[in-house]
Design a protein around this ligand. Structure first.
Ligand code: CA
Length: 433
């Protein structure tokens, strides 16, 4: 059977099933069937590595030019209070793909070659959701979730780049090629570039030496911006841009001590590894012309954990009922619905130096950093404090003394969550070498 005939047959079966269901349900059922979208959106997630809150023009960077990302935000939505789930690679990526805090699924550490832990194939990933709805799925680039590789987590293809090649450029080329091959079906592309991680920085002409920041890091961010633009252009040229949800974000905050090639957290305190805002709060831009209104800014809390429930909702794929999923469906925020508020009552912070313990919680304007059980470092890195993020974005002033009720309430939320995760812990897969 040719590819085209296969597509036609799938479309025919989908259509026939819809007609049969409508006929069986009568007039009310027919209305429901018609209201169901013909085709769910394509999904493209561009995940950068260690890009900070202060490293994109539309987030306030003045020493780097990111015109394509700024335009993407003008065409879509910019999230000011988006949290990545964890301040280092593995747990952040695990959280984004599964909608669960990495502590819950046993991946709250950075995986190295000698680790046996791997993302458990029993976990539901974004790619698994996509496959249930008949998507073509691909990951381009970095996995970092253990020895059980993407093909066992719902990805049809894993697109690699040779180390000597221009990494982001090649990954974007491969992603565009994948999309071109699958433009007639729904597709999900998870483009996980290793840029602008300080260990892999390489700017190529014409970007080399161009950024006003004057560092390889700055040049690589401008290069990244250009290639994100190429991907958006390709989607539009193929006629699939309007119904493609493109997410641009970072796995976590910037690696501040990698001078001179450190990123910037802008006005936020701290960076990678820390439970401060700079570690967890990163740029997030979404573009989806069919559903996301242009030029909006969302200041409600949104998180990487929300992608899976939101995408499952868009795909009409039910979430499993036998387990806790931490994220929430944020489509009302994305559509800028009147009065829409964050469904995240509490966002929980971990820090890399204290991997087994919760470190803090944000609820509304308040953020509590509390009680690390193994306090070994200085008060500067491990304060116990209540911050008012509405008036003190830089986490400068401990206001616990003036707001004891808020401090108590957040401490209770933190302790409750700590106990709940212990009750509902799910182990990772273990694979020895
Ligand atoms: Ca990273």
């Amino acid at each position: 059977m040719s590819v085209d005939k296969g597509l036609d047959r799938r479309r025919f079966l989908r259509g026939a099933a819809g007609v049969a269901a409508a006929a069986a349900l009568g007039p009310m059922g027919a209305r429901v069937a018609r209201a169901e979208p013909e085709r769910p959106p394509n999904l493209v997630i561009i995940l950068t590595d260690d890009l900070g809150y202060g490293d994109v023009g539309c987030y306030g960077a003045e020493d780097l030019a990111t015109p394509r990302l700024d335009t993407m935000a003008e065409e879509g939505m910019r999230f000011t209070d988006y949290y990545c789930g964890a301040p280092v690679c593995t747990p952040a990526r695990a959280a984004m793909l599964t909608g669960c805090y990495a502590r819950r699924i046993g991946l709250n550490m950075v995986l190295y070659a000698d680790h046996e832990e791997s993302l458990n194939p029993d976990e539901l990933t974004l790619a698994d959701v996509a496959k249930q709805r008949g998507y073509a799925t691909a990951i381009a680039g970095k996995w970092h979730l253990g020895r059980i590789h993407p093909p066992r987590h719902g990805f049809d293809e894993w697109l690699h780049t040779p180390r000597e090649a221009p990494i982001t450029e090649t990954l974007v080329d491969e992603s565009i090629d994948f999309i071109r091959r699958h433009r007639d079906d729904p597709f999900f592309v998870y483009l996980a570039t290793p840029d602008p991680h300080a260990n892999a920085l390489k700017a190529w002409p014409p970007f080399k030496g161009q950024s006003e920041r004057g560092t390889e890091y700055g040049d690589v961010v401008e290069q990244l911006d250009h290639h994100v633009g190429r991907l958006l252009d390709a989607l539009d040229e193929m006629g699939v841009g309007d119904n493609t949800l493109v997410v641009f974000t970072s796995d976590h905050g910037p690696w501040l001590d990698r001078l001179p090639d450190a990123g910037s957290a802008g006005p936020l305190r701290g960076g990678k590894y820390t439970a401060f805002e700079g570690g967890h709060r990163v740029p997030c831009i979404m573009r989806w012309p069919d559903r996301i209104p242009a030029g909006k800014t969302c200041s409600e809390i949104a998180t990487a954990l929300d992608f899976l429930p939101t995408f499952a909702g868009l795909c009409d794929v039910p979430l499993p009922r036998d387990r806790v999923i931490d994220g929430h469906d944020i489509l009302p925020l994305m559509e800028n619905r009147r009065g829409a508020e964050t469904p995240t009552e509490a966002y929980f912070y971990t820090e890399a130096a204290n991997p087994t313990h919760l470190r803090g919680v944000r609820s509304g304007r308040w953020k509590l950093l509390g009680w690390p059980e193994a306090q070994t470092a200085t008060e500067d890195w491990y304060p116990v404090a209540l911050y008012d993020l509405e008036n003190d974005l830089g986490e400068d002033t401990n206001v616990a003394g003036d707001n004891p009720e808020a401090a108590d309430r957040l401490r209770d939320i933190l302790e409750e969550h700590r106990a709940e995760i212990q009750r509902n812990y799910r182990p990772p897969a273990m694979v020895s070498r």
